[in-house]
Design a protein around this ligand. Sequence first.
Ligand code: FES
Ligand code: FES
Length: 164
Amino acid sequence: MSNKKHFKLTVNGEEQEFLAEPRELLIHTLRERLRQTGPHIGCETSHCGACTVTMNGKSVKACTVFVAQADGADITTIEGLGNPDNLHVLQESFKEHHGLQCGFCTPGMITRASKLLEENPTPTEEEVRFGMAGNICRCTGYQNIVKSILAAASEMNAAKEAAE
Ligand code: FES
Ligand code: FES
């Protein structure tokens, strides 16, 4: 007997409806069902943050959410932040300041950073490091990630001031 239930999600602005087992992990829903393969899986213990997405305005590790818990949610993944023809300021900044190497942590890092800068638009270096503590990187040593986020924050604030 199938235990599938009907679920509805809005992912990167598009409504998605499907049948799934309630225990399906959101990261698998996003990657395998909805083909948003930017968010990655780096662990089985909720530490690495490679799976980070924004769900209903909060940074969430999608490996630690059942699809049943996400029913009706509004979700943004890296694919919804920007694309190669129209990069998000953070994507541009990570590129500019070498905030990535293998790129595996990057979708989660940038999705988290986008939220962090909403929570705190003018963070100090320490606040960036603390605010990003749920995201692990094995390549960069973090320094250039911090630089990328601080540079993106300055740029976003300058653009905001110019618009006022
Ligand atoms: S895959 Fe590591 S925290 Fe989600
Ligand atoms: S760039 Fe490789 S894990 Fe972060």
